[in-house]
Ligand binder design. Structure first.
Ligand code: MOS
Length: 736
């Protein structure tokens, strides 16, 4: 199905099942610990061996020699694979560094060997016996020091050109009545998902079956085949449950490749999970950003010039983290420019994490907007609304398909009690706490990706959906079942959803918050075909057939679905493909985030007291799972604001705090109260579902709302994340 005209009325608009807050179908499996993860497909894999990965001890250089004889002789060891005996390896499209190093070393903890043994413990013990002699080369590990060597990259994360310019920024900025010119930084961050990278590999002759934890089944199948240099048809990927990805599992990683290589060498299935301390430097991370923002205004508060530049580091051939994406779209202003620069560093590979681009970018621009509002003595909301736009500011011929940001502010201000806020910072005291509130805008693009599905009607009237879509804890199983039930006119318990298998039609996968809208639109397309096939089977005119109550109805007749399939299962497959509506209309999701913090006047500790997100994101397919997505995003935003930071060893080139004791993420006690409101919205430009995504919208802007609240509480403006107490304590007022 080609989607190239705005959606008109369709069966989803009934909203009998879609749009209802039904419980997660996979909930009981998750809460009882019976959903099998990549390491746990015990029935499918007999007598597995266990893999343990060795990582490079240097960040840059070469392996001079590698001695595995002692390891190979250790009791229980079946095979040791290094670059010398791995066979010919190709390269996938998505990973920058090689997933198996040698002889060159491109980053610290790049995998140098896999040891396969009878047990995990024997594999781990034998791994300590491998002797590697390295030739170390001095690398570059301090992105701030090499920022000015940054070059314009070919592409940026999230797409779009690296640089844009409209009007005369320099002239308009110089002439502006009020100016801001400030630098902001965000640190390197880790995904820190709960389930580590894990795979189980099994070869049958030339055919490989890999149970793995991936957000994108088809990308992983493609890249694994390319890397192993075997036909893609010989690779089957199975990934039904994923314990979080956050962007870290978008691409083929070392666990999958090394499990496959280990199983081939051992002639036995191999299970492999990366240990937690290994994941931080072996996999990918979000690169630190350095951002410069300049805004020129009239004294009345109109933006006349706006510029946002972002620098970040990655390996050569990598992609920078872009901070500028939202600034291209959020505010009006006739003269504007954005620029993205990539400085080459030898740290582990940087890539997508938790709304790449807009997350760190919003953390900067939304502080800048708070600073400007204060300079102009304007309320931060009034100031933002004054600079709203209905069209893409870089391309005024392109309107937004929907843009309810001003309404998000209005509803949020009322719910949050914004009118009680003191415009002057440092005014509100609650015992030892200095209390303040902050607001920030969120914009996250609505990406459209083709997505396929197969739908079956069996002789008992049951519907089965098959697609290689994944559920990374987001609720895909549930919203896909709701979509099929609505389309086919059956109750939810008559629908079975099967996901995460490369033998199913290729879907949009889970990334960039496109999964919900695109994967359900693919199911919509397949169900439309199935409806036609059912009607044709029993001689109904498909145009006038109605599906409800487990039956197909025409004007005169009504037949149970089970009877329609009496002569055999009816199967339909289709995919949604998107035309030019994303070109003619700028499609995005919007939110206003409100945060109240308390800052301890003695210790400088910041505690979040309450959070509110008001979201406008198209049709909400399931308010319960959507709310969970948004509060998850808000929690990640709190982490980015207050605690998450990879500490870089700038001499040796690695992330030092590579475990969950040193890399802090929020826990329940850090997040006392969260509230989410969804504005009523349907977007006929986005898909037949009229939906968009919400997961990444939940994180964008939160960091700045926290920073602005800290400022309102204390009068201390922190422009360098995370806002840890050392950045506050010297500036706190004298204790009363
Ligand atoms: Mo997302 S960072 O595209 O999984």
């Amino acid at each position: 199905m080609k989607f190239d005209r705005p959606a008109t009325e369709n069966p989803i608009d009934q909203m009998k099942i879609v749009g209802q807050p039904v419980d997660r179908i996979d909930g009981p499996l998750k809460t009882t610990g019976t959903a099998p993860y990549a390491y746990e497909h015990h029935e499918a894999v007999n007598n597995p061996a266990y893999g343990y990965v060795v990582g490079s001890a240097i960040a840059k250089g070469r392996i001079r020699s590698i001695d595995v004889t002692e390891a190979e002789r250790a009791p229980g060891v079946i095979a040791v694979v290094t670059y010398r005996n791995a066979g010919k390896l190709g390269k996938g499209k998505f990973n920058t560094a090689n997933l198996l190093a040698g002889p060159d070393i491109q980053h610290y903890h790049q995998a140098t060997a896999i040891v396969v043994a009878d047990t995990f413990e024997t594999a781990r013990a034998a791994a300590q016996l491998i002797r590697i002699d390295y030739e170390r080369i001095r690398g570059v590990y301090d992105v701030a020091a090499v920022k000015d060597t940054g070059v314009m990259p070919k592409t940026i994360g999230g797409g779009g050109p690296p640089d844009t310019a409209v009007g005369d920024f320099a002239g308009a900025f110089a002439a502006a009545e009020v100016q801001l010119d400030a630098m902001y930084t965000t640190p390197d961050q880790a995904h820190a998902m709960m389930e580590p990278f894990a795979s189980t590999a099994k070869w049958d002759g030339a055919h490989l079956t890999l149970w793995t934890s991936t957000q994108m089944v088809d990308w992983t199948a493609t890249d694994l085949a390319l890397t192993l240099d075997i036909p893609k048809e010989n690779v089957r990927i199975i990934s039904p449950y994923i314990g979080g990805g956050f962007g870290g599992k978008l691409f083929l990683r070392a666990d999958a490749l090394l499990a496959a290589l280990g199983a081939r060498a051992a002639k036995r299935p191999v299970k492999l999970a990366l240990t937690r301390p290994f994941t931080f430097n072996n996999s990918i991370h979000r690169a630190a950003t350095i951002q410069r923002i300049r805004i020129g205004m009239t004294t009345a508060g109109k933006i006349t010039a706006i510029a946002h530049e972002s620098w970040s580091g990655d390996l050569a051939e990598g992609k920078p983290e872009s901070g500028v994406a939202q600034t291209r779209l959020l505010y009006a202003g006739a003269n504007r420019m954005t620029a993205t620069r990539l400085a080459v560093v030898d740290l582990p590979e940087a890539n997508a994490m938790r709304a790449p681009g807009e997350t760190p970018g919003s953390m900067a621009i939304e502080i800048a907007m708070d600073e400007m509002a204060e300079a102009l003595k304007l309320d931060p909301i009034a100031f933002r609304v004054m600079n709203e736009t209905d069209v893409d500011p870089e391309n005024p011929a392109r309107p937004f398909s929907q843009r309810q940001l001003a309404e998000c502010y209005r509803v949020g201000a009322e719910r949050f009690g914004w009118d009680k806020r003191s415009a002057t910072p440092g005014q509100l005291r609650d015992g030892r706490w200095l209390v303040g509130t902050g607001v920030a805008a969120a914009l996250r693009k609505n990406a459209l990706m083709r997505s396929g599905a197969r739908v079956r009607l069996d002789q008992t009237g049951k519907i089965t959906v098959e697609t290689d879509m994944t559920d990374i804890g987001t609720g895909s199983y549930t919203i896909i079942a709701q979509t099929a039930a609505e389309m086919m006119g059956v109750p939810l318990d008559r629908v079975t959803v099967r996901l995460g298998d490369s033998t199913f039609p290729v879907s949009a996968g889970s990334g960039g918050q496109w999964g919900a809208n695109c994967s359900t639109a693919g199911v919509y397309a397949a169900c439309t075909k199935l409806r036609d096939a059912i009607a044709a089977r029993i001689g109904f005119d498909p145009a006038n057939a109605r599906f409800a109550d487990g039956r197909i109805h025409s004007a005169e007749r009504s037949v149970p679905l089970a009877q329609a399939a009496a002569d055999g299962e009816i199967v339909a497959e289709d995919l949604i493909e998107f035309g030019d509506l994303a070109k003619t209309h700028q499609q995005a999701t919007f939110a206003a985030h409100f945060v109240e913090v308390g800052v301890d006047i003695a210790t400088g500790e910041t505690r979040i007291r309450r959070m509110l997100a008001v979201c406008a994101a198209g049709r909400i397919l399931n308010p319960k799972s959507a709310r969970s997505q948004v509060i998850g995003g808000m929690t990640m935003g709190a982490g980015a604001a207050l605690m998450e930071e990879l500490a870089v060893d700038k001499r040796l080139g690695f992330f030092v705090n590579h475990d969950l004791a040193g890399y802090e993420v929020p826990v329940h006690a850090d997040i006392p109260h969260q509230d989410v409101i969804f504005l009523d919205e349907t977007d006929p430009m986005s898909s037949p579902m009229k939906a968009k995504g919400v997961g990444e919208l939940g994180i964008c802007g939160v960091g700045a709302a926290v920073a602005n609240a800290v400022y309102n509480a204390t009068g201390i403006r922190v422009r360098h994340y995370p806002i840890t107490l050392d950045k506050l304590i010297a500036h706190l007022p004298e204790m009363a």
